[in-house]
Design a protein around this ligand. Structure first.
Ligand SMILES: NC(=O)C1=CN([C@@H]2O[C@H](COP(=O)(O)OP(=O)(O)OC[C@H]3O[C@@H](n4cnc5c(N)ncnc54)[C@H](OP(=O)(O)O)[C@@H]3O)[C@@H](O)[C@H]2O)C=CC1
Ligand SMILES: N[C@@H](CC(=O)OP(=O)(O)O)C(=O)O
Length: 363
């Protein structure tokens, strides 16, 4: 990828949170994004970052942010950043992100608030960056020059949509997807689920998660109309999806057991599925986005992999791990998918989306 001739100044809204901390780890050593502003709630504002944050990452706080003063998320507090990465709580993300867009910032959001907005692309960078095509229409409709909002997906959706897209490209439409998730506690933010609820336990409910997975897959796998003004929400190939979501006592990494039925008969064999997953190469990789993984989908052959503790950090959490690809006696194929929920499931996807936008001149 041709590196931009200039640094691109960025701010992080929700910089003290679980996703915000991942943003800091990724952006502190980024080749051309430079952190110029850290923003969070009034509880943190006015403090240095080291005082405000409850740092939970397995590496020290990067030096350049330690003594930066955290500011509020009022729209005039983001300085000369061009891009705002948002890891804001969804209770506040709607109003804050809307205000930032109006003030002509390019907003890359992790929150769920705008995912269903018909003007806002829901982009998993290893799957559908072509949906950036709606940005000129978003700006024109709202009378903006530079401001826009783009979201990435729910973390459980992100993990499975990457292999699903690779399989759809190789073998045609998918008819049915059934998925059971085992989601890490970091997915609930900090302090998240109480230890008395999760230790020695599995909680078979995560609010609104099943509906998000079932709906978001359709927007991501669907197309964009020829005039680049409307998403088709996968209406050309309607796919039945059923999700069952569980919270498990794992710190990071969502494991998902998935069964798939293809529309075409006969369906591919397990070996053909593994070959197609290994061969999948996304646009973000082709473009050389610095945060893209070398391998979008890493297929394990060992009978007992992937596992969260062993495999979540593979490729810095930027790709997905697939294993146990085998025949399904009810649908066609079943497999296990592991993705790092705060990396490819959140911050890494946003950063890669921004890299794509810079490379394409959208920012
Ligand atoms: N965790 C995950 O795996 C994933 C999370 N997401 C989404 O990303 C977003 C962030 O999640 P996560 O990091 O887990 O959440 P956290 O609860 O860990 O962090 C929330 C952040 O929002 C800030 N915040 C809270 N209230 C306000 C306010 N009134 N004004 C300004 N800032 C405020 C907090 O600041 P302060 O510290 O000052 O309170 C903190 O920085 C959510 O929308 C979530 O749904 C998406 C995909 C995966
Ligand atoms: N709900 C997810 C994380 C998350 O915040 O998702 P969303 O961005 O859709 O709210 C989890 O608990 O693991």
């Amino acid at each position: 990828m041709s590196q931009p001739a200039r640094e691109v100044k960025v701010a992080i809204a929700g910089a003290t949170g679980t996703v915000g901390q991942r943003f800091i780890c990724l952006l502190a050593s980024h080749p051309y994004f430079r952190i110029v502003s850290l923003n969070a709630s009034p509880r943190s504002a006015g403090k240095s970052y080291r005082e405000a944050v409850k740092w939970k990452q397995p590496v020290p706080i990067p030096k350049q942010v330690l003594d930066m003063t955290v500011k509020t998320c009022e729209v005039d507090q983001f300085g000369d950043a061009e891009i705002v990465f948002s890891g804001l709580d969804s209770d506040v993300a709607g109003d804050v992100e809307e205000g930032l867009r109006k003030a002509e910032y390019a907003v890359f959001s992790n929150a769920g608030n705008f995912r269903r907005d018909p003007l806002v692309p829901l982009v998993v960078p290893l799957v559908n960056p072509s949906h950036f095509g709606i940005i000129p229409h978003q700006k024109e409709t709202l009378g903006l020059n530079k401001g826009f909002i783009i979201t990435n997906a729910n973390c459980s959706t992100t993990g499975i949509v990457i292999p699903l897209h690779a399989l759809e490209k190789a073998f045609g439409p998918l008819e049915t997807v059934m998925v059971t998730t085992m989601q890490a506690i970091s997915g609930a933010g900090y302090p998240g689920v109480s230890s008395l609820d999760i230790l020695d336990n599995v909680v078979p409910y995560i609010a609104k998660e099943e509906e998000k997975i079932e709906w978001e897959l359709g927007k991501i796998l669907g197309g964009l109309s020829d005039d680049l003004k409307e998403f088709d929400y996968h209406s050309k190939h309607p796919m039945k999806v059923s999700a069952a979501c569980n919270r498990v006592p794992v710190v990071d990494g969502h494991l998902e057991c998935m069964s798939i039925r293809f529309a075409r008969r006969p369906p591919p064999s397990p070996q053909q599925v593994k070959d197609a997953l290994r061969a999948y190469y996304s646009e973000a990789q082709k473009l050389g986005c610095p945060s893209a993984p070398e391998q979008a989908v890493y297929v394990h052959e060992e009978a007992d992999r992937p596992q969260p503790r062993l495999d979540r950090h593979f490729q810095n959490g930027a790709g997905v791990n697939v294993g146990r690809v085998r025949e399904c006696k009810v649908l066609d194929i079943r497999m296990v998918v592991l993705s790092h929920n705060t990396n490819i499931g959140a911050a890494t996807s946003s950063v890669m989306n921004a890299e794509y936008a810079v490379a394409k001149g959208i920012v």
